[in-house]
Ligand binder design. Structure first.
Ligand code: ZN
Length: 155
């Protein structure tokens, strides 16, 4: 259990003040993880990472791209999101089977899911501890815990 408590008490990195980061920052970010900064990747990266920590679906990012007049197909948006995820820039969250959510904060943290809106929000990092987990099977250890608490309006 020591590994678990260490993982949970790890301090969250302070959110960097990011308002509309310049395109050169996005190009650097892509190069650092070994992705060639193509125009489409840079444009989508700018939409994704220019507004602080957030949670998007491919459909939402596709809509944003259309509004920003970035010429990409939904398939390209999907592919790019998965490439960014494999490169460690995004974290894919398993909320339900119908939609993939991508988090621009790839570090481990917990979420509220607002069911009516289909929206994820970060849980305050000091708000929760996980305890009394069953021991993992022999030869296994807990690599991470990500909790999603589903919320709906009362009544
Ligand atoms: Zn998150």
């Amino acid at each position: 259990m020591t590994g678990l408590s260490t993982a949970l008490s790890r301090p969250m990195p302070a959110p960097a003040p990011r308002r509309g980061c310049p395109l050169s920052d996005i190009r650097d970010k892509l190069r650092r993880v070994g992705l060639r900064p193509t125009r489409q990747r840079v444009s989508l990266g700018w939409l994704l990472f220019g507004k602080g920590d957030r949670h998007v679906t491919a459909e939402l990012l596709f809509d944003e791209a259309a509004r920003a007049r970035v010429p990409v197909s939904l398939a390209t948006v999907y592919n790019t999101l998965h490439q960014f995820t494999q490169a460690g820039l995004l974290r894919q969250l398993a909320v339900d089977g119908t939609k993939a959510y991508f988090d621009t904060n790839p570090s481990e943290h917990h979420h509220f899911f607002l069911e009516e809106e289909g929206r994820l929000v970060d849980m305050p990092s000091e708000g929760m501890t996980v305890s009394d987990l069953p021991a993992p099977p022999a030869g296994m250890e807990v690599a991470g815990i990500e909790v999603i608490v589903r919320l709906r309006k009362k009544g």
